[in-house]
Write a protein that binds this ligand. Sequence first.
Ligand SMILES: Nc1nc2c(c(=O)[nH]1)N[C@H]1C(S)=C(S)[C@@H](COP(=O)(O)OP(=O)(O)OC[C@H]3O[C@@H](n4cnc5c(=O)[nH]c(N)nc54)[C@H](O)[C@@H]3O)O[C@H]1N2
Ligand SMILES: Nc1nc2c(c(=O)[nH]1)N[C@H]1C(S)=C(S)[C@@H](COP(=O)(O)OP(=O)(O)OC[C@H]3O[C@@H](n4cnc5c(=O)[nH]c(N)nc54)[C@H](O)[C@@H]3O)O[C@H]1N2
Ligand code: SF4
Ligand SMILES: [Mo]
Length: 713
Amino acid sequence: MTTPVPVTCPLCEATCGLLVTPTAEGIKVRGDRDDVFSKGYLCPKGASIGELHEDPDRLRAPLVKRDGEFVEVSWEEAYAEIERRLPAVQAVHGRDAVAAYFGNPTAHTLAGALYLRPLIKALGTRNIFSAGTVDQVPRMFVAGYLFGDVATIPVPDLDRTDYLLVLGGNPLVSNGSMMTAPDMRGRIRAIAKRGKVVVVDPSRTRTAEAASEHLAIRPGTDAFLLLAMVHTLFAEDLVTLGAADGLVRGVEEVRSLAADFPPEAVAERTGIEAETIRRLAREVAGTERAVVYGRMGTTTSAFGTVNSWLIDVINVLTGHLDRPGGAMFPMAAAGQPNTRPGPRKPFRHGRWRSRVSDLPEVMGELPSVALAEEISTPGEGQVRALITVCGNPVVSVPGSDDLDAALADLDFMVSLDVYVNETTRHADVILPGPTPLERAHYDLLLYQYSVRNIARWSEPVLPTEVPPDWHAMVRIAAIASGAGAEVPVEQLDDALAAGLAQLNGVEPATGLHGPERLLDILFRAGPYELTFAEVAAAPHGIDLGPLQPRLPGVLSTASGLVDLAPAAILEDVPRLREAAAQPVLDDGLVLIGRRHLRSNNSWMHNVPTLVGGTNTCTLHVHPDDATRLRLEDGGRAAVASAAGRVEVAVEVTDTIRSGVVSLPHGWGHEGIRGSVATKDPGVNSNRLGDVSRRDAPTGTAVVNGIPVTVAPV
Ligand SMILES: Nc1nc2c(c(=O)[nH]1)N[C@H]1C(S)=C(S)[C@@H](COP(=O)(O)OP(=O)(O)OC[C@H]3O[C@@H](n4cnc5c(=O)[nH]c(N)nc54)[C@H](O)[C@@H]3O)O[C@H]1N2
Ligand SMILES: Nc1nc2c(c(=O)[nH]1)N[C@H]1C(S)=C(S)[C@@H](COP(=O)(O)OP(=O)(O)OC[C@H]3O[C@@H](n4cnc5c(=O)[nH]c(N)nc54)[C@H](O)[C@@H]3O)O[C@H]1N2
Ligand code: SF4
Ligand SMILES: [Mo]
């Protein structure tokens, strides 16, 4: 038995500390009780990280497609193929003809956090896409305009709050998102015990079950509920800015907008009684340590930006911004834009627009729902080549059938991925990376959303022949920028380190290289002035303490204030008023999504212990709807939307609101190398997704609240 190695689990946002022991009988995993943050907690996914590592279907060597079949090649052959084909597309069709898509794990790897920007820069294309526009971009957009930077996001101070209002999030299952902390179950139960947790969700989720109160809202109507709460705050004179007093502009604009939305006007539309809405507003305002939090159900719906905005508005108007127990700004040890000294540029968006549907750029990216049409619509600027990094857009982006067809038409495609999946099967070259146990880790991005300030470095547990993902990123960057495939990685990395050091006003350390050296620069320039050596010397983590008030220094808006009513958000109000003028229809069904504790988007269904049981792809239908539609539990149903049709097993359950059905995403495994995943493939819910349903300001896809019809088959 070897000694257990402490590592951070990179599989979700909770950043648990694991103890991993490689033994002759296999890899043993348990929670690390000495971890400063997770104190021994782990979930089934973390526990299966050894199984994931040993998955025989996982790629260990590069693949190149020859005559329609993948063949294993050496790394040099793979890069030679890229060099032969990528610059040719750039030369003939221009830089914008090469698009890139970055998936979720890029936020969970050092390679993604540190080496993606240089790759994007080298590509010099406007056609950058990511999973963000099927996820949290509205949240970041709002932070950009209210606080000045897309990464200046206040998070619920979970460990000190006495009242948590959750809209459209299921942290007991997702383990939390845009609020990094291990053991959401323990943390949320503790709040319910000392105070109150209210969950607003069309589904009675595990979080709703653990909460003090559950309100089964009609999908897509959170903006109206939140506006009526804001209305109540003004009408009942409950507005008090607290720590933000004197630092907020735009309060009057918010007051006059909310004047038109009294609780009575939204009760039927939201399915929540007027008196309940008033009580919620009073409870949030009247509790000294209270906070409102929203996640996927609020961002990936028709009014994603307005929802995220109103959540911040309520936290500000009730004096909970920047207060212990309220919505606070984390202060990460490294790489957080809002800790950079000197003037910072206020956020803006729409610096360019997509060619076909004229959708705005946000954070340098175009909405992912535009990817398929950018490939398939001929004309000047048409996308002819694609690079995907840790992503599976064919499964994760609405309009799957069109994207699947479009990818087959590309002149060239490279994927950095560890599986042949629904997307990468279209690639001409696939470059794999090491497993989570074979690489070093530091949660550079997630600590920026952490409910406690933490720093924790992990060394690789196991040796590997597979080069780290960042090697592929810098080598493709070199090819795309014309330097070629021959330049040694070390030379490219030295140049990057020199650039980052200069930007941060420090000298790069000697004796370090790769991510270690870049992190060292960011630690030393960071607010705690740590060094890489100090962080690496504490494998169970360094606890930098609870969140501290950060106003006004954290702000980087043009006014230097919290800009509560920015034009870029108010522009969407006419659309909201239009929706408010529509009659409330009660005859149709709407589709929403759900996650399972043992799932991870589209890519962990090949781990035997994680699939099966309750983690199967079924359509949740309320008993009343099942009776009306003659659907049987265990029977099959055809679900159709304006965009597509799927057939799936029915699960009758009263956990879902009547009039609403739910399907998990990440399923529909076809044409892939996944011997376990293809046994019970499920259906791809994004075949029902309609690319024309978007949040207007950001173009973020609506994956929650899609009108559908359901019939027995
Ligand atoms: N209908 C619907 N659609 C949704 C959602 C929803 O709730 N409903 N959720 C959305 C959200 S929140 C997200 S984040 C997206 C996710 O969308 P994507 O990021 O496009 O999809 P993932 O399934 O996370 O795919 C991750 C890929 O990374 C690969 N990978 C994993 N680890 C590594 C690694 O270490 N190195 C490399 N090179 N590759 C790796 C996996 O094999 C997999 O192919 O889906 C979105 N789509
Ligand atoms: N086990 C597991 N954990 C994960 C993932 C996973 O796939 N599996 N994925 C990770 C990723 S990439 C992310 S982004 C996070 C997401 O983290 P969460 O947002 O916490 O997770 P979801 O399960 O998507 O929760 C969204 C909730 O919104 C509800 N909802 C749908 N429509 C509406 C609406 O109109 N209004 C309201 N109020 N609620 C609505 C849904 O019923 C659902 O319960 O989870 C992460 N963690
Ligand atoms: S909760 Fe997330 S970070 Fe913790 S063990 Fe599970 S997957 Fe890993
Ligand atoms: Mo996500």
